[in-house]
Ligand binder design. Structure first.
Ligand SMILES: Nc1ncnc2c1ncn2[C@@H]1O[C@H](COP(=O)(O)OP(=O)(O)OP(=O)(O)O)[C@@H](O)[C@H]1O
Ligand SMILES: [Mg+2]
Length: 388
């Protein structure tokens, strides 16, 4: 049992996968895995099924594929349906989940042998944090990549945020349509004040929540980054709101509201000429700095990967603060670009707290102590076997 610490209280539970079975899932015809409580290493050459195995765990949690494919693409080629089952421990109790996805017809989900009517309610019950090479786009990618990350993270913490985000997107779309149609000469601006009010109301909530969240994320990611670099590097995050506001940024939701409304008024002429909304949280970004310099432009490959890991692994503490138990961690291809010291710090960071699944193509990345404690599984053309 883990003894994770949060705010001086000790929690004794850890989210843990006990058993996983796959039928006709991707390149697995039939396979089962009995993972160990801490580090699980999935070892195999390219194209053997390592990522597919992580995806099976991911799918049981998120009910959607890990990679951008249609759901039916998860069904093994030539098969007519796939099935996944898992037993996992949460809150000290064992739960079972079973998913059946036919090529034609509806997906069925069973939770503790009961059919689940509202499947979306099951999302995240098996809680996981998943790092893939795709996460590098947090550092190297576009502002939209970072906004997506913020939205996903804050939505974990707040239903109000998720709700406001949906309303904001709708208001933005309607407002943009109105501006565009006005530019084309087919609409009047009669409804513009109404959409301004909506945009400012929901936009202010997003600004405020993102600002607060980034402060929290900064603290978490900064301490993770220190752990991964043995205090050699500092990581800093700075919120760049999509508004002409000066530092210090507003503290209150009302102030964000007023700032956005006034930006909309000031940019009205420009907006009418361009037919688009120029200010608001849809233009947000945040700056990631390593040793005081912008990571996107100045950090090395290994530093960029470490930044992405620090950001993603902050989710472990966030989930832990909500669920009172650390989630399962999935790490796909995490070692490339990392030197031996950083690899060691990463495994040391995870081992005492969480059940981890990590893919690799050879074992040279691990130090002896990690290998000693880890369970090793060999993945070979759609089979997975524990290595004695
Ligand atoms: N629906 C499917 N049915 C059967 N095979 C599939 C399906 N989808 C993907 N595959 C195959 O599964 C194989 C293993 O893919 P996977 O991504 O798990 O490899 P990997 O072990 O992670 O390799 P790498 O080290 O290159 O990342 C691939 O060759 C892929 O073509
Ligand atoms: Mg892979």
């Amino acid at each position: 049992m883990s003894r994770a610490r949060e705010g001086g209280v000790y929690f004794t539970h850890t989210m843990r996968l006990h058993a996983l079975r796959l039928w006709q899932f991707r390149n697995y015809v039939r396979a089962e895995l009995t993972p160990a409580p801490r580090m699980n290493i999935l070892l195999g050459a390219n194209a053997q099924g390592k990522t597919n195995l992580l995806e099976a765990i991911y799918y049981l949690s998120a009910l959607r594929p890990l990679r951008p494919v249609r759901e039916v693409d998860l069904v093994g080629w030539g098969a007519t349906e796939m099935r996944l089952t898992a037993q996992y421990e949460t809150d000290g109790l064992t739960d079972a989940i079973q998913i059946r996805l036919p090529l034609q017809g509806k997906r069925t989900v069973m939770h503790n042998e009961q059919p689940v009517a509202r499947q979306s309610a099951l999302v995240g019950k098996l809680s996981i944090v998943c790092f893939t090479a795709q996460d590098l786009s947090l550092v190297r990618g576009e502002p939209a990549d970072r906004r997506r990350f913020l939205d996903a993270e804050i939505s974990l913490l707040s239903h109000r945020y998720l709700y406001s985000l949906a309303h904001y997107k709708r208001a933005l779309e309607q407002r943009n349509t109105l501006l565009r149609r006005h530019l084309e000469g087919v609409a009047t601006l009669e409804n513009l004040p109404e959409w301004n009010a909506q945009l400012a109301k929901y936009g202010a909530r997003l600004f405020h929540a993102r600002r607060q969240f980034l402060e929290r994320l900064h603290a978490l990611a900064e301490s993770t980054h220190r752990a991964l670099t043995e205090n050699a590097e500092t990581l800093a995050l700075r919120y760049l709101p999509g508004l002409p506001v000066r530092e210090p940024l507003p503290d209150k939701e009302e102030d964000w509201h007023d700032a956005l409304l006034s930006a909309l008024h000031q940019s009205a002429g420009e907006e009418l000429r361009r037919g688009a909304t120029l200010y608001g949280p849809h233009r947000d970004d945040f700056l990631i700095q390593v040793q005081g310099y912008e990571a996107r432009l100045f950090a090395s490959q290994g530093q960029q990967r470490t930044c992405a890991l620090s950001l993603r692994l902050s989710e472990v503490a966030l989930v832990e603060s909500i669920r009172q138990e650390p989630p399962i961690v999935l790490l796909d291809d995490v070692f490339s670009d990392l030197d031996p010291a950083r690899r060691r710090h990463l495994t040391a960071f995870l081992t005492p707290r969480t059940q981890t699944f990590i893919t690799c193509t050879d074992l040279s990345a691990f130090d002896a102590a990690t290998l000693q404690d880890a369970a090793l599984f060999e993945v070979l053309s759609g089979t997975v076997m524990p290595r004695a």
